[in-house]
Design a protein around this ligand. Structure first.
Ligand code: NAP
Length: 491
């Protein structure tokens, strides 16, 4: 179980990552199956680490540890848990450069974006450290003269957390922070492509002085086996998952027998609508921010760009100018704004979707062919997109901007809602009556109005329809980790 110089030589403090699982406060660098797996840099193919490939047995052990640690963790004063979380927040900020380097190396996003993700993740830790002390209950006038009714909120227990590769730090931080704040303990399974960021968080928690067993990480390639144990084990009270809708369905089926609580942050297919009366420069800037962050590999990325007829050609021209400024390359290189896609499979999927659009008559204005180097894919601008094309229905997850032309408000509302997903939507326009009507009509959990940037720890992030349920961030995010209990006292 080793870290290679391709990783450690780039870090100020190479001790920030350990190449193994983290259970009950100890590093588990030996897989019972004697297996290891490799973590590689998608920009260069270099191996960064060989990690113990843990599976069912290690998951069971981690659940036992989390279960044993939970009562004492919940029994601490809220301020004591909050202080430990604040310590973690400080360490994340102090080590932000190293954490961002680890993130760029294992998943490819440009260093500036990776650092933004670390600070975003740290902000959730800070927010929920603050919220820990505000888990208020209620008193209700009794239903008879001699009853007193009190409502208290208690942690659900052990939480199984499964996270994707596209935000390996922040997706974990968004779950870990509210869970720990209220007194839950956690067993996390990071994506096999990007376990190092999760292991670095565990390392910082060790340094911050969290009790053993409060946070456990099980890295491994056998996602189905680890997931099944987390879902089936009765000592796990809740599953919090971020990832694809398909895997979310599987987890829901597996949790059905135990009627396990769940939070589901699933896939998206975001419409990005530009009305004729929009501020053109603002709309182009918003489209760039929403579409090209993380090379288009985010759940809230603009997936379908609808532009009203009168402004269509000017918008396409301006978007093309901005896209021409994007620089594709290794995320650690100065000035790079688009890193590699995560895997060859991801390049194949994007290539297929663009090919399907071309075959159905779309015009490829820019890009459209993989660079052939590593997993890089060029910024691609498509016009003449239609609802018959696959990219109108599926998450593209690449730097491809398909533009659809529309005429009326009603038409675009129907088009925007014609998907099973309901995570994020965006629109640009200035007429206040239209803004209100469209905002209310869009069937999405998050609506960006005249902005392409909607992620913040202070707001409730989450979807409708098959994009899932539950919210992360804000005062609402903490409720997902609490049981409500009502006490009926006869006096
Ligand atoms: P994914 O294939 O669903 O994987 C997500 C996580 O689930 C990974 O840790 C993966 O492990 C694990 N997994 C895979 N199969 C499993 C199984 N049978 N049982 C238990 N766990 C299993 O998704 P992805 O491709 O990594 O991530 C991209 C997806 O996440 C997109 O659909 C995106 O929209 C969505 N996403 C949503 C949000 C949100 O907040 N709504 C945020 C970010 C991403 P391995 O990697 O080891 O296979």
């Amino acid at each position: 179980m080793t870290l290679t110089p391709a990783l450690t030589d780039k870090l100020k403090n190479p001790r920030i990552v350990v190449a193994g699982g983290f259970t009950d406060g100890k590093w588990n660098t030996v897989s019972s199956r004697g297996k290891v797996f490799r973590v590689s840099n998608p920009a260069t193919g270099e191996v960064l680490a060989q990690i113990s490939d843990l599976s069912t047995k290690a998951t069971k052990e981690a659940i036992e540890a989390a279960h044993a640690a939970q009562p004492a963790w919940a029994a601490l004063a809220a301020k004591e848990r909050a202080d430990l979380l604040k310590g973690l927040n400080r360490l994340m900020i102090e080590h932000a450069d190293d954490l961002a380097t680890v993130l760029t190396l294992e998943m490819g996003k440009p260093f500036a974006e990776a650092k933004g993700e670390i600070l975003y993740g740290a902000a959730f830790i800070e927010w929920f450290a603050e919220e820990a002390r505000r888990v208020y209950g209620d008193t209700i006038p009794g239903h008879t003269a001699n009853t007193r009714i009190t409502v208290i909120k208690q942690p659900v227990g052990v939480v199984g957390v499964i996270t994707p590769w596209n935000f390996p730090n922040a997706m974990l931080a968004r779950k870990l922070a509210p869970a720990l704040a209220v007194g839950c303990t956690v067993v996390a399974k990071p994506a096999a492509e990007t376990p190092l960021s999760a292991l670095a968080i565990a390392r910082l928690m060790e340094w911050a002085g969290f009790p053993a067993g409060v946070f456990n990480v099980v890295p491994g390639t056998d996602a189905a086996a680890i997931g099944e144990e987390l879902c089936a084990n009765p000592k796990v009270a809740k599953i919090s998952f971020t990832g694809s809708t398909n895997v979310g369905r599987t987890l829901m089926r597996q949790c059905a027998d135990g009627i396990k609580r769940m939070s589901m942050e699933l896939g998206g297919n975001a419409p990005f609508i530009v009305f004729d009366d929009a501020d053109l420069d603002a709309a182009v800037a918003g489209a760039m921010a929403s579409k090209f962050r993380n090379a288009g590999q985010t759940c809230v990325c603009a997936n379908r760009i609808y532009v009203q007829s009168q402004i269509h050609d000017r918008f396409v021209a301006r978007l093309g100018e901005e896209m021409a400024r994007l620089k594709v390359g290794d995320g650690l290189e100065e000035g790079v704004t688009i890193g590699p896609l995560i895997t060859d499979k991801a390049v194949d999927k994007v290539t297929e979707l663009v090919g399907d659009a071309r075959d159905q008559g779309a015009v490829i204005v820019m890009g459209g062919t993989p660079t052939g180097e590593a997993t890089f894919y060029p910024p691609t601008l498509i016009t003449g997109a239609t609802k018959a094309m696959r990219l109108a229905r599926e998450e593209i997850f690449g730097p491809v901007a398909p533009v659809f032309r529309f005429e009326t408000v009603d038409e675009v509302i129907d088009l925007a809602n014609a998907t099973e997903f309901g995570l994020a939507a965006y629109f640009y326009g200035r007429d206040i009556a239209k803004v209100t009507r469209v905002a209310e009509a869009l069937q999405y959990g998050i609506v960006g109005i005249n902005t392409g940037l909607i992620s913040t720890e202070v707001a409730p992030f989450g979807g409708m329809k098959q994009s899932g349920f539950g919210r992360e961030g804000s005062k609402y995010g903490i409720e997902d980790y609490l049981d409500i209990k009502y006490l009926c006292l006869a006096v």
